[in-house]
Design a protein around this ligand. Sequence first.
Ligand code: HEM
Length: 475
Amino acid sequence: MARATLPPGPKGHPLWGNLSDFRRDRGPKGHPLWGNLSDFRRDRLGFLTRAARDWGDVVPLRFGPRRLLLVSDPALIESVLVANSRHFVKGAGLRRNRHVFGNGLLVSDGDFWRRQRRLAQPAFHRQRIAAYADTMVAYTERLLAGWRDGETRDLHEEMMGLTLEIVAKTLFDADVTGDVRAVGDALDLLMTSFTARMNLTLLLPESLPTPTNRRLREAVARLDAIVFGIIERRRAGGEDRGDLLSMLLQARDEDGGRMTDRQLRDEALTLFAAGHETTGLALTWTFYLLAQHPAAEAKLAAELDAVLGGRAPTLEDRPNLPYTEQVVTEAMRLYPPAWTIGREAVADCPLGPYQLPKGGAVLMSQWVVHRDPRWFDRPDEFDPDRWADGLAKRLPRFAYFPFGGGPRVCIGNTFAQMEATLLLATIARRYRLALVPGRPVVPAPSITLRPKHGLRVTLHERAPRSADRLARTAS
Ligand code: HEM
């Protein structure tokens, strides 16, 4: 395709070259100083959605001094994440969290990232992940053993705790049951402070002793103590347990050097955070949607009854649970746990018909694209059946991208999909969850998309179907 002609003249923006002139009249108008920041702050999801609908697939935005392009065309997203991925590094939002994630997989770049990814990858091979299935179901059954019919619980909290225990056990062979609250509280604080800092744009240095920075440092210290504790105990034990932690401990670089404890900590903390928060949210939003769609809930229950007949699911059941998978897929369409991906160009780089100059920032939002009527009929409706007849194959590749794509695609993609399906099946075969009235559920977009006030639900035990559960009820 021919590149669009940029206007002549030597004077361009230092970062944007002539792109800003070229698109001067495009994009939502903002405040002379703050640009679009106050509109974005007021309603992030709504603002980005409107910007894309009103201005198209490439929309220039300005958040204070930061300029970025909101890109919503699946083909252009593919060009950033796949074809031209080598021209990009992670966006400023994630890089700004270096003090938390250090140089772990999520934020590192270049050769260092490539090496670390190669080291971690074997822990996520399909066969190895299959071995995690029993743990996932067993931990869920253990959680359910504490649930009682008619009780009210915060499902968001329950799912975060459960997925944290699962990631700790499967990847690190560590039992963090006693630390769930400490980790949960620390991550809560990280998310809140991330949002606060995203709103400030002209970021105050993290070294300033503001109350938020102080609390954040304390939270990181608590997480560090837990993670370093796990590493220390494993080093002391010395044995190879064949899990991710053992692989990372044994890894050697080309010079035979080992990973430092600091790097191990960065990778471990990244996997703890990235590996439980997102799956916990996928399940939370799934139950939120099911609670409002009784027909889908009934269809799911019917599938689980027919396939499982009252027993817990196993990995082998997965191919027989297509509707259960569709429910998860559809929930992640409407409430993508990772709702945006950011990138920054490290060299001048083509972006469809445009030329993105070095330093140019790009924002791609799953929330926006997953609700685009060009790709999805009745885009705001929860309809798991839309995935029944091969929709995924007909869609442009990046019209649905909950796990990102290209070389930086989520390393836990297969892990998460298996986990979400098995956990949903294990819980939904035993319980129907009803929303507690008068508790508004508001999506709060930070690094991830969380429900602002949690998700209060009432537990309704479903009628027992199998002989063993009938016997249990009778006894
Ligand atoms: C529903 C669950 C999940 C969702 C929606 C999700 C989403 C994502 C997305 C969108 C990215 C790409 C970010 C980018 O390109 O900037 C990513 C990366 C990553 N995810 Fe996930 N994730 C999930 C579960 C997991 C799990 C279970 C793990 C680990 C056990 C994990 C670990 C990671 C890591 C380490 C990266 C960085 C990979 C790299 O850059 O090499 N995620 N995730």
